[in-house]
Design a protein around this ligand. Sequence first.
Ligand code: ZN
Ligand code: ZN
Length: 170
Amino acid sequence: MIIDISNTISTEDKTSEHEICLEAKDINVNGTDCKVVSAPVFLLTLTNQAGVRLDMSADGEVVLSVPCDRCLEPVEITVSIMIDEQIAIENGALTGEKPDFVSGNTMDTEAAIMDSIFSEFPAKILCSEDCKGLCLKCGKNLNEGECGCDRFVQDPRMAAFNDLFNQFKD
Ligand SMILES: [Zn+2]
Ligand SMILES: [Zn+2]
C-alpha cells in the first residue's frame, strides 16, 4: 500500500495512524518461497517531532509457511515486523537519509514490511531439531521411516579393523 504522508511531514507535532498489513500471499525471502498463512493488520504511527524529525514506528507479525531446510516439509514460523525509522525534516520537507520505501511524500508500506521480514527471517528453518532429512539416494523423508538404502559410508580405518576381525574369524 502506498500512503501519502505529506500532511504529517508538513504539520508540526502532528501524529497520524495507519492500519497496515502485508498484502502479498506468497513472498520470496532470500531465495526461499514462503506462503503467507496470516498477516494481521497492525498500526503504523507517524509522528512529526517539532517540525524537525519524522518518526515511523510499527510493531506487528506475520505467520509464514516455509519448507524445512532438511526434509522440505512445510513449517509454520512467526516473523516479527518492526518498523522504526527517523527521518529529518527541514522547512516542511523530508531531508537527508531516507529508507528506500520512502519516496517524495509517500511511503510504500509493503516494501517497509518486506524490509523488516528480510532482516528478521531465521537463518535456519527446521521442522524439529532432530529432523532426519531426506535420503540422499532415494529422496524418501527419513522422518517417516527408513527406506532401506545403504547410506553407510565406512571409515577406512574401520574397514582395516573389520578385515583383521574377519581374518581371526576364519
Ligand atoms: Zn524437516
Ligand atoms: Zn533411500
